[in-house]
Design a protein around this ligand. Structure first.
Ligand code: ZN
Length: 488
């Protein structure tokens, strides 16, 4: 054990642990201890972090500027199923080319493995406690987003989304001149809960075409959300494996992303950011799909930035999707207030971000089952998961998070437990999930909200794998989806 974790065993007290720059990354730089010590609640933390984000901005005066922003989010896309991330069987030429000529973040993590909270983090720069959408169906209150800030600066803004969790009623539509979330009806005539990427991209291209032409084109922000890789995967009737069908759905989304980029034409003044909102589990930790657990199976995502002045680079520093909005804002020359993330553009020129602590959570266990929520903090190679039975992993040697070392690492566990509590408590404040039965029904049809919310005991989700592991599989949509796919 001492060989495996020499840093921890050299410590004799919690205070020492908190001051060790290798043990608790960030403790001695601008993102370090004072950053955390001022974090008492999500709101206070957001305000404290704003100062630090601004500091980070000021240190990169040479940061290139872009005029427009295109954000492409491909739902449920694991980084390790993208060619640029080393996947041998990848069918992702669009993402691969963006990465080849842009900046690829090798260690990017969602703040929640759930569609609405994760997208809300991308658009606000806040962790879920800061934006309030802790689970699908929980509307985000009126907090500043990239869309609201850019619209206030005169940008034309539009979003086109592919699934019901991002419906306008959940709050992400604020700031968009156009919010395309009409999903049509499924084969049975009921309101559809998703739609194919081709339809989303058709609408996005039509909007781009509608913009005033040169010599005075407006600056714009376009967000396009492609849902295809979400379960169920493809057409099961041909006998192909689950992973083959998953890859085919990824290929569809990638192809449509390529069609969108082609329609943009020369992108000399447009920043393109491509990301996923979360990964997908195929049995790891007993989980299938996503949303309950906070292992890197579902937290690690692809994140690629490509735009004017950005040279090809691979960033190995750990980043969070909360960094997307402040970085985009910086590159567009606007300020986004009250963020948890930072401007990471310093990495474009090879500089390190220093060491940081990144937060992630899933409150789906609480909201959907009445179980304990899962909260995690990543600090260097350590990752701590707050749960009734807490977990600690040393990711450098255990990237699959197989060996819980809490019992041998009491000091670091106690320190990270305190820190995770500073990001968020284990209860929800404010309004809970939607009480609209129609909303609940549609979320359930996508595999969410699959159990009663009335449970009073807080079970550990990992002690309920038999139920938790299959949330999001959403049986019963196959026929409808195939029908839509063929129409597309
Ligand atoms: Zn999603």
């Amino acid at each position: 054990m001492s060989k495996a974790f020499p840093l921890v065993l050299s410590l004799s007290s919690l205070d020492v642990a908190r001051d060790d720059p290798e043990l608790v990354e960030g403790s001695k730089d601008e993102l370090g201890r004072s950053w955390f010590d001022r974090l008492t609640t999500s709101g206070a933390g957001v305000l404290a972090l704003t100062v630090l984000a601004a500091t980070a901005c000021n240190r990169t005066p040479e940061t290139p500027r872009a005029r427009n922003l295109v954000l492409i989010t491909i739902d449920t896309l694991r980084a390790d199923h993208v060619g640029a991330y080393g996947y041998a069987r990848a069918q992702t030429p669009t993402l691969d080319e963006l990465a080849r000529t842009g900046v690829r973040f090798d260690r990017a993590y969602a703040a929640a493995p759930i569609t609405l909270p994760s997208h809300a983090t991308m658009l606000t720069g806040r962790y879920p406690p800061g934006h309030g959408a802790r689970d699908n169906g929980m509307a985000m209150p009126a907090v500043p987003t990239l869309a609201t800030v850019l619209k206030a600066k005169g940008f034309k803004t539009a979003a086109f989304v592919g699934a019901f969790p991002l419906d306008h009623q959940f709050g992400l539509s604020r700031g968009f001149d156009v919010y395309g979330d009409r999903l049509g009806r499924d084969a049975t005539g009921r309101p559809a809960n998703e739609r194919p990427a081709a339809q989303v991209v058709d609408e996005a291209i039509a909007w781009l075409t509608s913009l005033p032409a040169p010599p005075a084109p407006p600056a714009f922000f376009l967000w396009v959300h492609l849902f295809d890789p979400h379960a169920p995967y493809g057409d099961a009737s041909a006998g192909r494996s689950v992973l083959e069908r998953y890859d085919e759905d990824i290929a569809t989304a990638d192809r449509e992303a390529g069609r969108l980029l082609k329609a943009l034409g020369p992108r000399t003044d447009t920043l393109v950011i491509a990301a996923s909102d979360h990964g997908e589990a195929f049995g790891e930790h007993g989980e299938y799909a996503h949303s309950i657990f906070v292992y890197d199976t579902t937290l690690r995502v692809p994140l690629i930035m490509n735009g004017p002045g950005l040279r090809a680079a691979v960033v190995s520093d750990a980043v969070t999707l909360a960094d997307v909005a402040p970085t985009a804002a910086r590159l567009l020359g606007v300020d986004l207030p009250d963020v948890n993330g930072i401007d990471v553009s310093a990495t474009f020129s090879g500089r390190s971000l220093g060491t940081r602590e990144l937060y992630a959570e899933s409150f789906a266990p609480l909201v959907e089952f009445g179980w304990a929520p899962l909260r995690a903090v990543r600090s260097g190679f350590w990752k701590y998961i707050a749960a009734p039975t807490p977990e600690l992993y040393y990711l450098e040697r255990d990237s699959a998070e197989q060996t819980n070392v809490v019992s041998g690492q009491e000091v670091i566990s106690r320190s990270l437990s305190q820190r995770v509590n500073q990001f968020s408590g284990d209860v929800l404040a404010g309004p809970g999930p939607s009480t609209d039965p129609k909303v609940t029904e549609r979320l359930r049809a996508l595999g969410y909200l699959s159990a009663s919310q009335s449970a009073t005991t807080r079970a550990d989700p990992k002690d309920r794998r038999e139920r938790a592991g299959h949330v999001g599989r959403a049986p019963g949509r196959r026929t409808d989806r195939r029908a839509r796919r063929h129409r597309a």
